[in-house]
Design a protein around this ligand. Structure first.
Ligand code: GLY
Length: 345
């Protein structure tokens, strides 16, 4: 028996006539959420950051019933922590040694969004992105304009370059060419290597099936000043849809931008694909565009959740020699989830 017929028979047992089922699938042609979605928060990191970010975010959700406050609280934890060298304070700088942050925020019930890019001297980039969404008639503010806007809202200007990140940058600068005037130290010693990090996505479904998401990053290390990645681009590094769910990307932003990764993922979920399959679909598209896995020398990771409470995570490369992971938290507590790496381990 074909899958479709078996599925229809299964629904028939639930008391739905074939005519009404056909109506659901053929007329609406969109994802039909279960009525009983449970609140859930999701983060693109494993257990260490997953718990650090999601536990306080969950507390805020329970206290305030406000999904945006919850995910912002979680993302701020990472932005404010200098031990993470890929997000916020302590992020790795551009080729001139200046930290420039990108972030976005999107809210399902209003379908509104806000982003900042190339933002300097402000630690909580995602909070500024949220204010662009909530307190302007625009969606995207960049560079000095974003800094001015943040200052207008009372954010203090601070140096984002930590000693660890400065030394990491100096190491890059002094070793990138033997034809310039920068010379590495005689003993070749700089500093212990940075902890692994990466852009972070924090996604959530609140108490009223209200979906929201944040993506925040310091972007590519040693990037050309002004380079903007996928994180603040709505539809690339982040997308949410209140009828379907939420999706986010980390990794090489240029590839996610040219595939509209998070929007593509969302549309696949809307058409009925599971979050896991939809994450894999986007990565397959990226791999195809690049001429096959053999030609791919970068990583992209996609995460997603839908209103049924299903989740997905996939990356091109394995993570720590294992399947890629992400974290979720629900009323049942924290859970590490793992998905699929497109390149076998
Ligand atoms: N995904 C982060 C970036 O490429 O900037």
């Amino acid at each position: 028996m074909g899958h479709r017929r078996a599925f229809l028979q299964h629904l028939g047992l639930l008391g739905l006539s074939t005519a009404s089922i056909t109506k659901i699938f053929d007329q609406k042609k969109k994802f039909i959420p279960f009525a009983s979605s449970e609140p859930m928060l999701m983060c693109s990191r494993g257990e260490y950051w997953g718990k650090k970010v999601l536990n306080p975010a969950w507390d805020v959700l329970i206290e305030t019933n406000n999904i945006l406050d919850a995910i912002e609280t979680g993302a701020n934890v990472c932005e404010l922590d200098p031990t993470d060298q890929s997000v916020g304070y302590g992020g790795l700088p551009n080729e001139r040694g200046v930290v420039q942050l990108d972030a976005s925020c999107m809210y399902g019930p209003t379908h509104r969004c806000g982003s900042v890019a190339s933002l300097e001297n402000i630690k909580k980039a995602c909070s500024v992105a949220r204010l662009v969404m909530e307190r302007t008639d625009h969606t995207f503010i960049v560079g000095p304009g974003a800094l001015e806007f943040a200052k207008a809202h009372g954010f203090p200007e601070e140096n984002l370059l930590t000693e660890e990140s400065r030394l990491r940058w100096l190491e890059w600068k002094e070793n990138m060419s033997d034809k310039d005037d920068w010379i590495p130290p005689a003993d070749g010693v700089y500093i212990k290597k940075a902890k692994k990090g990466g852009t972070i996505n924090v996604l959530g479904i609140g108490m009223k099936n209200d979906v929201a998401g944040i993506t925040t990053t310091s972007g590519l290390f040693a990037k050309i000043p002004g380079r903007v990645g996928d994180s603040p681009i709505i539809g690339a590094g982040l997308y949410v849809d209140n009828e379907v769910g939420a999706a986010g990307a980390t990794g090489r932003g240029e590839e996610v931008i040219r595939t509209c990764g998070s929007f593509l993922l969302m549309e696949k979920m809307r058409a009925g694909m599971s979050p896991q399959k939809a994450c894999e679909f986007v990565l397959e598209r990226i791999i195809d565009i690049n001429g096959g896995l053999d030609k791919v020398d970068f990583n992209v990771k996609m995460i997603a959740m839908n209103l049924n409470g299903e989740t997905g995570v996939a990356s091109i490369e394995p993570e720590d020699h294992a399947a890629p992971y992400a974290s979720i938290i629900t009323s049942k507590g924290y859970k590490l989830i793992s998905g699929k790496a497109m390149r076998s381990m």
